[in-house]
Design a binder for this molecule. Structure first.
Ligand code: ADP
Ligand code: MG
Length: 699
């Protein structure tokens, strides 16, 4: 749908406009007027003839023409009736400022549903309710009660919190930050974050999309579509914790280890979204994206008039994995011919404490012309001779003459650099009050460039026996069984190419010894009961049994002890299993997130997973690269690679296991959570073994 009548309406009706100062209905009308809106404004209020010199209408119908945008500032309970009127007159775009809907509970939710229903039937799109309104500076449209119209600029901002938007507006107005659109999405009854992101994705005025969100309406669609838009424009989001809608008691390791934010983190990463921790950070980033070109690479040149800040910047550049540009010989010669002998000609280029604007200009031009430089960071401290304002002017001028490479500045201080800072802001050169803010912005820009140019994601499909899994899953669901036992879990895994240890069930000590004999020693004994999830916890696992006698003794002891600990458990016998030797234990798992679907987990395995918590997560389906990345981001990885002369484990095989599991849980949405723990992996060329596995199905 086109957001034209939201963003650029030719006429706006304000239903509930008021002549009483301090009322929202007054604020919106007076903001519309103060902004200098060029279209027609129709105040609607049955109790007034005229407001602020505008003719006031008793209702929408009596306007006699169709307002392109209708803003509602009326009590919640009358909103449905006015929505009906909107349908009748044929308006297509409505902003509902009014609160008292979903956010107040059940009754409010019912009212909101009613409004959405009317809107859907009448082909109306609704922003809100419970929002601050909408602002489009370029069109002098301020249909909000958020504050004064800000400057026009390249940032589109959407916020799920109205109050926060008001604060942002105030901050932006004080710092001269410009916006293309500001949209308060409120309860998102109809128009949600994805609608807005899509609407501004091809908006010529918008260079960067930023927002504050508490939740995402449709996780799947968001990852797919925002991921495509990220390729065109950077998306910077703050996602506050909030409550996890799908929070539930988790019975698997994966379930208990995945926090409510894990899926969001993973989804944002997949969609290329830049997650910000604070408004300050978000605007640090947004200003650079909005005003500067993207860097071609990560090589930074620093120009400074003082050693200290230069070193600080250099440290931060190194720490963040950016590259310190190695200046070209031509550049160094050029600098040598003009800068005083004491100046440092290498990166950071130190133009010295007495540098005037001219010396800065020269160094900046030289750095921008250097083929080894992708980004320039200019530091300035206000020393006795420093010309902060003139230097700022020179930088602005050069940034216009040479718009190919990003320039960021960090004028340190306050009063003495004040004018310079203002000139930079007005000249659209991003200015930071600390080196770290500038460097982290550079990092985010270069990460974004790398994300955009990464190879296309290809998810490998393994040949598997899908039919077999279908049968097992369907049988369980038919019988209303949620927990899939170890045997069947392993059958499922085998159908997807996993190898499991050999073994069978014994009900007597004699039988256990016989099975052990056939398998060959050593063997492992495990208690066999559908009611016992974590066998070790109840003394239900004995490893390294080396003789018939040891097996018999272990059997008897287990059958004596476990029922004492878990009298209610239905014990079916003991599993005698071949023992895997010499490998390392990892865990592969999945927990289905209510918003984003299957979230894969990898980590250090065994019975200490919950204690060590050395795990990583990523959303399925996984590519080979993503699976590998999951391994690399754990500490366990170093151990698996082999430390101090130890033999390394077969990393690719582990990554393949994750991919196979990812395929299984993608093809079977009925699987709610599962893990393989331990997955015993060996050196290069050996096959990992799924020693223990469990899974649960949807309810
Ligand atoms: P649970 O997780 O229910 O306690 P497991 O089957 O995972 O039971 O066994 C617990 C631990 O015992 C494993 O983490 C592993 O260290 C060890 N173990 C179990 N079975 C084997 C086996 N077949 N080979 C080697 N070690 C095993
Ligand atoms: Mg286990």
């Amino acid at each position: 749908m086109s957001f034209g009548s939201f963003f650029n309406p030719q006429s706006v009706a304000i239903v509930g406009a008021s002549r009483q100062r301090g009322k929202v209905g007054y604020e919106i009308l007076s903001n519309m007027l103060a902004a200098g809106y060029q279209g027609k404004i129709f105040p609607v209020n049955s109790k007034a003839e005229e407001i602020e010199g505008l003719k006031c209408y008793p209702d929408l119908t009596s306007i006699g023409e169709v307002p392109e945008l209708v803003v509602l500032v009326i009590p919640a309970k009358v909103v449905p009736a006015i929505m009906q009127e909107c349908v009748k007159i044929g308006t297509k775009s409505v902003v509902i400022i009014t609160a008292g809907f979903k956010e107040i509970g059940k009754e409010g939710k019912a009212l909101e549903d009613r409004v959405v229903q009317i809107a859907k039937q009448g082909g109306i799109r609704v922003i809100g309710p419970n929002c601050l309104g909408l602002i489009v500076p370029a069109n002098k449209l301020n249909a909000s009660f958020g504050g004064d119209l800000p400057a026009a600029g390249g940032i589109a901002y959407l916020s799920q919190s109205g109050a926060l938007l008001a604060a942002i507006l105030d901050m932006a107005n004080a710092n001269g930050i410009g916006f293309s659109k500001l949209i308060s999405i409120g309860n998102k009854a109809d128009v949600d974050e994805l609608d807005i992101i899509k609407a501004v994705s091809d908006d010529e005025d918008t260079q960067v999309i930023a927002g504050y969100l508490e939740n995402i309406t449709d996780g799947d669609a968001f990852v797919r579509q925002a991921g495509q838009i990220s390729h065109i424009k950077p998306i910077l989001l703050i996602k506050s914790g909030g409550t996890s809608a799908g929070a539930k008691a988790a019975s698997s390791h994966t379930g208990s280890l995945a926090g409510s934010e894990t899926a969001y983190e993973s989804a944002f990463e997949r969609a290329g979204i830049i997650r910000c921790d604070s408004i300050k950070q978000q605007f640090d980033y947004a200003q650079a994206f909005a005003s500067q070109p993207l860097p071609a690479g990560p090589r930074v040149a620093v120009i400074t008039n003082a050693g200290g800040p230069g070193i600080m910047a250099a440290d931060s550049i190194e720490r963040r994995g950016l590259t310190f540009a190695k200046l070209d010989n031509g550049t160094i010669n050029k600098l040598a011919s003009v800068l005083p002998p004491a100046a440092n000609l290498y990166n950071p280029i130190d133009v010295l404490g007495d540098a005037l604007a001219e010396r800065y200009s020269f160094a900046l031009n030289a750095a921008l012309d250097d083929p080894n430089v992708d980004i320039v960071l200019i530091l300035l401290t206000p020393q006795a001779m420093t010309e902060a304002a003139a230097t700022a002017e020179a930088i602005v001028k050069i940034s216009r003459e040479k718009p190919e490479k990003p320039i960021l500045t960090c004028f340190l201080g306050a009063k003495k650099v004040e004018d310079g800072v203002r000139i930079l802001r007005e000249g659209k050169v991003p200015q930071y009050d600390a080196t770290d803010g500038a460097v982290s912005t550079i990092k985010v820009m270069s990460d974004y460039v790398r994300w955009r140019s990464r190879p296309k994601r290809v998810v490998k499909l393994f040949p598997v026996n899908r039919r077999k899994v279908e049968n097992i899953v369907e049988r369980h669901l038919r019988q209303g069984i949620r927990e899939v036992g170890e045997t069947e879990s392993k059958e499922i895994l085998e159908a997807y190419g996993f190898v499991t240890p050999k073994g069978s069930i014994a009900t007597t000590a004699e039988q256990a010894a016989n099975i052990a004999n056939q398998l060959g020693f050593p063997v492992v004994l495990k208690i066999w009961s559908p009611d016992i999830l974590h066998k070790s916890d109840v003394g239900g696992v004995r490893v390294g049994l080396n003789s018939e006698q040891e097996v018999k003794d272990a059997f008897d002891l287990m059958m004596y002890r476990v029922p004492k600990k878990r009298p209610e458990a239905n014990i079916l016998g003991v599993l005698v299993q071949e023992m895997c030797k010499g490998g390392k234990e990892v865990i592969l798992g999945m927990n289905r997130d209510p918003h984003f679907g299957p979230l894969m987990m990898f980590g250090m395995g065994g019975i200490m997973v919950e204690v060590l918590k050395d795990v990583s997560f990523y959303l399925a389906p996984l590519t080979a690269d993503e699976a590998k990345q999951m391994l690399v981001s754990t500490k366990t990885y170093k151990m698996l690679k082999g430390v101090r002369g130890q033999e390394g484990m077969d990393i690719d095989k582990i990554a393949e296991g994750l991919q196979r599991l990812s395929q299984l849980v993608t093809e079977f949405p009925q699987i709610q959570e599962m893990d393989i723990n331990p997955y015993v992996v060996g050196p290069e060329g050996t096959t990992p073994i799924a020693v223990d596995a469990r899974m649960s199905l949807e309810q």
